[in-house]
Design a binder for this molecule. Structure first.
Ligand SMILES: [Zn+2]
Length: 320
């Protein structure tokens, strides 16, 4: 069974009135899923990347329900990463549909391309100009849709805000069936990165995304949902076991970071990252974001402390 059939089978079993759409991407993450809710008002949860195959997949799925792209009224975007809303620019052009993002992610859209914001967050991690340039190379060259602010309910769909992976990540719950569109919050194929974003209201200048993400997983664990419909990979029907596995691995990784901290003096993020994972931390956003998230978590839990050095870098150390 291919991925689309597998998703559709789970959707039908759970009684969610939706059609799965699978769109190929050029990235390591593989294909991205979007979901059509064909009952009026015609709604999409996410819209994939904008490619000829993506447009065809959306159009074909609409056609299978007797609909056209012009009929789409609303796109609910689970979070601000471009593989989830790239296709919405085209859809909005042909249909005038509203494209909605949670306000906490809307606030980030402007900051995504801002080098000043990136500098404010990255340089205190121990960056130099060369490494900074590596992390800020790819800016969007395409036009995003015009976003509106997502509310908390659309008919049978309840929007739940769960920061982690992005500050404005949402789960969209189909109340009648209990099925949840979880975006990237939980994926069967591999762990979700909690992400790293600027937050000037926080003492350390960053949103506490890993902490929030872990809290969200615990909440999701309590859910009686018959199926979780993710944006990547197969449907999830045994989320409790999967969440337990993710949390156990996450705890081991946090412990590994604490051990690394404890075996040396105060260190910048980058210096600790090199010690633990070599140059990967200088080249891979996910490795860096994961490390920063674990350090912030250790500080929040009282196992580590952070102090701004005279050189403008944060220095972390393990608490005795
Ligand atoms: Zn994502």
């Amino acid at each position: 069974m291919d991925l689309r059939d597998e998703l559709q089978h789970a959707i039908d079993e759970a009684g969610v009135p939706a059609r799965a759409i699978v769109i190929e991407t050029a990235w390591d993450i593989g294909p991205v899923a979007a979901y059509l809710l064909p009952e009026a008002p015609v709604t999409l949860v996410d819209s994939g990347v904008d490619t000829p195959q993506g447009r065809a997949a959306i159009s074909d799925t609409l056609a299978s329900c007797g609909l056209r792209p012009e009929d789409v009224e609303r796109v609910l975007v689970t979070h601000m990463h471009s593989d989830h809303f790239g296709g919405a620019t085209w859809l909005q052009e042909v249909s005038g549909c509203e494209v909605l993002l949670h306000p906490a992610d809307l606030a980030m859209v402007g900051a995504v391309n801002s080098k000043d914001a990136a500098r404010e967050m990255l340089m205190p991690l121990g960056f130099d100009e060369e490494i900074f340039a590596r992390f800020t190379e790819d800016e969007w060259t395409w036009r995003p849709p015009t976003f509106g602010a997502m509310g908390s309910r659309y008919g049978d769909l309840r929007v739940e805000h769960h920061p982690g992976h992005s500050p404005g990540h949402v789960w969209i719950v189909h109340e009648r069936s209990g099925g949840i569109f979880v975006g990237d919050y939980l994926l069967a194929n591999g762990p979700t990165n909690a992400g790293m974003e600027i937050d000037r209201t926080n003492r350390y200048g960053r949103a506490p995304l890993l902490q929030q993400y872990n809290a969200g997983l615990l909440e999701l664990r309590e859910s009686m949902a018959p199926v979780l419909l993710p944006a990547h990979g197969p449907p999830i029907t045994d989320h409790v076991a999967l969440i337990d596995k993710r949390l156990a691995k996450s705890n081991r990784r946090t412990r590994h970071v604490l051990d690394g901290l404890a075996s040396g003096g105060p260190t910048t993020v980058l210096a600790l990252g090199r010690k633990l994972w070599g140059s990967r931390v200088e080249n891979n956003w996910e490795v860096l974001a994961d490390l920063v998230g674990r350090l912030d978590l250790l500080v929040a839990e009282g196992n580590a402390s952070a102090q701004m050095g005279e050189d403008g870098c944060w220095y972390f150390r393990a608490n005795a």
